[in-house]
Design a protein around this ligand. Sequence first.
Ligand code: C2O
Ligand code: CU
Length: 559
Amino acid sequence: MTNHESLTRRDFMNGVGMGTAALLAGLPQAEAAPAMQSASDTFEPDVALELIALPRSVSLRPGRATSLWSYQSRVLKGDPASVQALPDSYLGPILRLRRGQKVRIDFINRLDQPSTVHWHGLHVPDTMDGHPRFAIGPGELYRYEFEVRNRAGTYWYHPHPHGHTGEQVYFGLAGLLLVSDEEEQALPLPRGQYDLPIVIQDRSFDDGNQLRYLSGTGPTARGDASGAPSAPGNTMGGRGMMGGMMSRGAMMSGGMGDMMTRMMGFLGDTILVNGRPESLIEVATHPYRLRILNGSNSRIYKLAWQDGRPLTVIGTDGGLLERPVHKDYVMLAPAERVELWADFSKDDLGTQLTMMSLAFEGAMGRMMDMMGGSFMGGAMGGSSLAAGVRFPIFTVKVARKANGSLELPDRLSAISWPRLQDAVNRAKPRTFRITMAQMQWGFNGRSFEMTAVAPNEVVKLRTTEVWEFANDSGMMTMAHAIHVHDQQFQVPERRHGMGNNRVRDGYVDQGWKDTVLVMPGDRVKLLMRFADYPGLYLYHCHMLEHEDLGLMRNYRIEA
Ligand code: C2O
Ligand code: CU
């Protein structure tokens, strides 16, 4: 049953040859491998897990099962509750960790393409962060080891290989990683059955129940060189937008529809919650903690209860807020999390309440909005659910009486914030402008390079800085979701672009963030401190097609 047996000695050496320090120790075949000195010699894990990415089929709709990729995990050492599988879902199991725990995760790649695992939102050494330079091939293993230093909160994990992150996440590779700590444990928050993860993703199915994405992608696309997704750069034959679209490379990798999807981002027409198409969640008359993750590749949600009751926000990407905040709606870009206190204790049995995504403009940029959703839908592989239209996401049905209740605490957390005046570059923030040239996205005109770092991408360890992201790419300006690895940051300032009035009350900038929605014309400042670990980390757009199309760069933290 163990997958270790089939890992060959050659696999080990390949892995070691990739220059990673802390991988591949401790397996049966490993004794003789010379490069086994590593962090592992001194790292004594409290929890050790195995995490396998593998093809799987799951029955999601009546008829044929859907071919997917999925994470499977089991506990090798430590608390058996560290891994909670989600039956009938393609989503990876929920990993439950505690602050201060030392964690070892042996990742085994059973896909037919390279992969890595990124622990989204966690503060870990750069060799443990899932950077694409550490991608392992089919049959190989990467040993991740880190101490959980983050606050209690809702984090997640997903692949991060070069050019294929969108594909691998879309076909099923993602899971929640929940961290708890003492401060959170001491609070009277809903627990157990009242603590509900809600992962929202959009997908498109073909008539045979298989997922539709860019041509030649996914678990059923095998070995067909012309159909395989080429590296983003290879499809960029032309000059400028039309030239690029019409170039032979673009046509070969799936034609104009694929090219548009890569540039604009994938939008599915079916909303899945927790990896299932059913959208009814039965609840009791009790307060709930809803941990909502936007796990979609590129879709932005404008969350609101259908009956107009406000959303009570208690947490963001990096954990609990200082105090609850009430919002009419919350904008949730890909990879962002929001935690809600949802109290159904005064609702009658049988009450149904739907979480909507409300209408808004600007996701596709002003020009595209004017051209109309149907045009964009058509160009993007037939999605009939355009960006920014109104649709239901899930419905809760109050189905039973609960014993006892809880009061919403009025203080949730004590936070010591970095201060703007402590930033070494407060007078002159580092500016990153989102650009589009030669059919590739970039920051300040630079697209992703595996290890390169530009002069404005080097920072000093143990300093605090302000970074400003400016969303102005001319005609191609559209919404982006900026994510910085290794950090939880503050959003001290947001200058709103024109026409963003229907989204601007939906930002929860009071909390720790690792991903931030930057609407067309916006300029958003991030305040962060580079602590503990020097090294090479990523920053990028978390609309995964944008990321795969170059909207990603390294930054280096220098000791
Ligand atoms: Cu969740 Cu670099 O990603
Ligand atoms: Cu983007």
